[in-house]
Design a binder for this molecule. Structure first.
Ligand code: FAD
Length: 292
């Protein structure tokens, strides 16, 4: 074990990652830890960095495909209560990276703070949502972020705000960093009205997702200026399959895994669908799914 005595008791070896992802497949992490507090998180990052180990943060696993070969490094799962703290002061909500986005939205709405309710129904954690600027067609989380606290490889915290934060369509300048906490600037509103809006957004979003199947991932996002369903249909790949992975005809862009689905099948499916669409309509589809 390369970790010091004060951390080795929280580090597990050869942990299977499948159970931590929505797709429920993939190999093991060489080292795996669920830090109970910021001191442990900082220590893990510092010691793994000194040992030259690759480090990856795992949120809710809703946007991850893990190869069967697994991860030859340290996977840090932000799952404990301290990693998911949420607090509110005036019009500011502060959330640790492991907090579930939907929990944060409910907390804001319950406190009569508006601005996040449009994002209701997007699965996952706050940290990952900010790293990839999760959102819906015309709105994203980045536009509500006032500051983000990162932790560097030496275990030091750094708070970024203003023009240090850059968000684009499903991307940010924070992607290769470790996000620990974010502060959202919200606006005061009527809690009952905000709740109604959150609920109706939730219903709309869930209707667009394959909620009956939990082994799912959003493989493609809507292209600019045209409907994804139409370009998939035109290329004849709206219901394409590869091994035990299938494009979900009813929910364009989503894929569904079954049985012993393998990561290579999804990679092959995404490649085939992208090529077919490009050949047919010249559109380069974007996938934001992270592959480990
Ligand atoms: C049914 C379904 C519907 C979806 N709908 C939408 C939608 O409407 N809009 C949308 O934008 N997305 C959508 N997604 C994608 C997914 O919800 C988002 O990408 C979400 O932000 C992923 O969060 P997560 O915690 O599950 O991330 P994970 O899958 O755990 O991780 C994804 C990536 O984020 C990184 N990451 C995790 N935590 C941190 C951190 N603290 N700091 C830095 N990087 C970190 C990981 O290393 C990894 O690279 C959907 C997915 C599903 C399955």
């Amino acid at each position: 074990m390369i970790f010091s005595e004060k951390l080795s008791h929280i580090v597990r070896q050869r942990e299977s990652l499948a159970a931590f992802t929505w797709l429920q497949l993939g190999g093991e992490a060489k080292y795996f830890a669920e830090p109970g507090n910021l001191t442990e998180l900082a220590g893990l990052i510092k010691e793994a960095s000194s040992a030259g180990l690759p480090i990856r943060l795992l949120g809710a696993g809703s946007n991850l495909l893990i190869r069967e070969e697994g991860v030859d490094g340290l996977v840090i799962h932000l799952s404990t209560a301290e990693m998911a703290l949420v607090s509110i002061a005036n019009d500011r909500l502060t959330a640790r990276a492991g907090a579930k986005l939907n929990h944060v939205i409910s907390a804001a709405v319950g406190a009569g703070l508006g601005g996040l309710e449009h994002l209701a129904g997007i699965p996952g954690s706050v940290g990952a949502a900010i790293a990839t600027n999760a959102g819906i067609t015309n709105d994203d989380i980045g536009s509500r972020v006032a500051s983000v606290t990162l932790i560097d490889r030496a275990g030091n915290l750094e708070k970024l705000s203003g023009n240090q934060l850059q968000f684009g369509f499903r991307r940010s300048n924070l992607q290769d960093n470790f996000i620990v906490e974010a502060e959202f600037k919200l606006r005061a509103g009527n809690s009952a009205e905000l709740t109604r809006r959150m609920q109706s957004n939730w219903i709309v979003r869930r209707a667009a997702q394959p909620v009956m199947n939990s082994r799912t991932a959003q493989a493609f996002i809507e292209p600019d200026g045209t409907r994804l369903a139409d370009v998939l249909e035109a290329a004849g790949v709206r219901d394409a399959r590869e091994g035990e992975f299938a494009m979900d005809w009813a929910h364009p862009g989503f894929v569904i895994a079954s049985g012993q689905a393998k990561s290579k099948d999804l990679i092959a499916l995404v490649t085939r669908v992208s090529r077919s669409v490009e050949a047919k309509s010249g559109i380069q589809l974007q996938s934001v799914l992270k592959i480990w």
